[in-house]
Design a protein around this ligand. Structure first.
Ligand SMILES: [Zn+2]
Ligand SMILES: [Zn+2]
Length: 269
């Protein structure tokens, strides 16, 4: 039986639309028995925590302040974030956190102010991650050097770091691997117009590879243009196995092992 894990998805939208049960059913049918619901702001931290209570063997979760959702007053939320790590059902990582210089306000001075705020919130959350010694999910867009520099400065052990939705080059992934970190890949690797991301995937190899949908965004081929969902991580996996010229079942098993060991997930019975 082929088994995939979606290492990064957002489930709150499906819950809101009353689609979660059918989305989980579809995932099950595609061999996706486990997934990680990723936090972006206080709104989804509670949702993700409650999903873990409701589906303990299928859903794990993280909490973190996404750079695009950092707002004035974020300082007050840091203690709230920490408190989740003392609950009975703990997050498996802190994230997604990082820097996003792609989605910035058009006004130059507003953009600069937001960059500063992103920087401060990222730094504060890296310090918490270091204190907790937990895995960290990094979101980084158009800010590679700055992201690398800040993680280096945090003195977090790079083996705890995953740069999710990797969209940089094969040269840049070398710098992550060299430090002991890793990248996870979305449906972008299935797009014909993203050869650099495919090259980066090959450069990293399968040793520490993880894949993800980042649903509801970024549907892989052949579902491009439609809303994404965890079931489609199987399509990403099939494509990646073909890129590496590996037999699908062995490849899927290796990725599931990588994901479980990185996030400390329990194996399904
Ligand atoms: Zn992200
Ligand atoms: Zn995400």
């Amino acid at each position: 039986m082929i088994e995939w894990i979606d290492s990064h998805c957002h489930l709150d939208g499906f819950l809101k639309k009353g689609e979660l049960v059918s989305v989980l059913q579809k995932a099950e049918e595609s061999g996706v028995h486990q997934m990680i619901a990723i936090g972006t702001e206080p709104y989804d931290w509670d949702i993700n925590h409650d999903l873990k209570l409701e589906f303990p063997s299928r859903i794990d979760y993280t909490v973190g302040m996404h750079p695009c959702y950092v707002k004035p007053g974020w300082h007050k939320l840091v203690d709230k974030l920490k408190a989740y790590f003392h609950k009975a059902q703990k997050p498996v990582a802190l994230g997604e956190i990082g820097l996003d210089y792609y989605h910035l306000p058009i006004d130059q001075s507003e953009a600069e102010a937001h960059k500063m705020e992103q920087h401060d919130a990222f730094e504060a959350q890296l310090a918490i991650a270091r204190e907790l010694d937990c895995p960290v999910v990094i979101h980084s867009r158009d800010a590679f050097e700055q992201t690398l520099h800040m993680i280096d400065n945090s003195e977090i052990n790079w083996t705890k770091i995953v740069v999710h939705c990797f969209s940089y080059s094969s040269e840049q992934i070398k710098q992550i691997i060299k430090r002991g970190g890793r990248a996870s890949f979305t449906g972008i690797v299935t797009y014909k117009n993203a050869p650099n991301v495919k090259k980066a995937l090959i450069e990293q190899g399968v040793d520490r590879l993880m894949i993800e949908t980042d649903s509801p965004y970024l549907s892989p081929e052949p579902h491009r243009g439609k809303s994404n969902q965890p079931a489609y991580v199987a399509d990403i996996g099939l494509k990646c196995a073909a890129y590496f010229g590996l037999e699908v079942e062995t490849f899927a098993q290796k990725l599931a092992e990588n994901t479980r060991s990185f996030f400390g997930l329990d194996k399904l019975n």
